[in-house]
Design a binder for this molecule. Structure first.
Ligand SMILES: Nc1ccn([C@H]2C[C@H](O)[C@@H](COP(=O)(O)OP(=O)(O)OP(=O)(O)O)O2)c(=O)n1
Length: 158
């Protein structure tokens, strides 16, 4: 069997370009590494856990939509702080220490917790809303039309 260097096996040339024989339908194969989330907890699980956390502390009176939005944006800033001055960061965060990765996990979780509580307080059923939004995105950006281009939908002609 002919040896490959791994990049070729994934349909990548040395310069990172996808080889021509790589069919679009199989583009999952060009992703460097597969990563999936655990199935649990669900968004509803997290909403409920956060509701319990705030009820136990009598904090619901502080958690109006605008306060939650401010809190979430603050946490997004904390995520940004972890990336600042690092230049381009590659997928998988090579070179990051375990402690930096855990810090990032904490800050991303804070963002998610506040996002889900904000959605709850705004009566947005987020798991269903996200399905509708992805369906809309598919309509707005047909793969056949936009494949390989990151242009905004308003920049395409017809
Ligand atoms: N009034 C509050 C305060 C905190 N939390 C919860 C939700 C977040 O997941 C986390 C945020 O806690 P901090 O405000 O202490 O923020 P950090 O954990 O990011 O700490 P620091 O700002 O020191 O990095 O705690 C909450 O629900 N309501």
């Amino acid at each position: 069997m002919m040896a490959t260097n791994g990049r070729e096996a994934r349909g990548l040339k040395e310069n990172g370009a996808v080889t021509e024989e790589q069919p679009h339908a199989n583009r999952e194969a060009v992703r460097p590494q597969k990563f999936t989330f655990s199935p649990e907890p669900t968004m509803e699980d997290i909403r409920r856990m956060q509701a319990e956390f705030t009820d136990e502390r009598d904090w619901d009176k502080f958690h109006q939509p605008r306060n939650l939005l401010m809190a979430m944006v603050g946490e997004v800033g904390e995520v940004a702080e972890l990336f600042q001055w690092r230049g381009e960061v590659a997928e998988g965060l090579p070179g990051w220490t375990e402690s930096e990765r855990e810090q990032l996990a904490h800050e991303l979780s804070d963002v998610l917790i506040y996002l889900l509580e904000l959605a709850e307080k705004c009566r947005v059923d987020l798991p269903q809303a996200v399905l509708r939004k992805i369906a809309l995105n598919r309509l707005k950006y047909p793969a056949s039309k936009v494949h390989g281009s990151a242009k905004k939908y308003t920049e395409y002609e017809d």
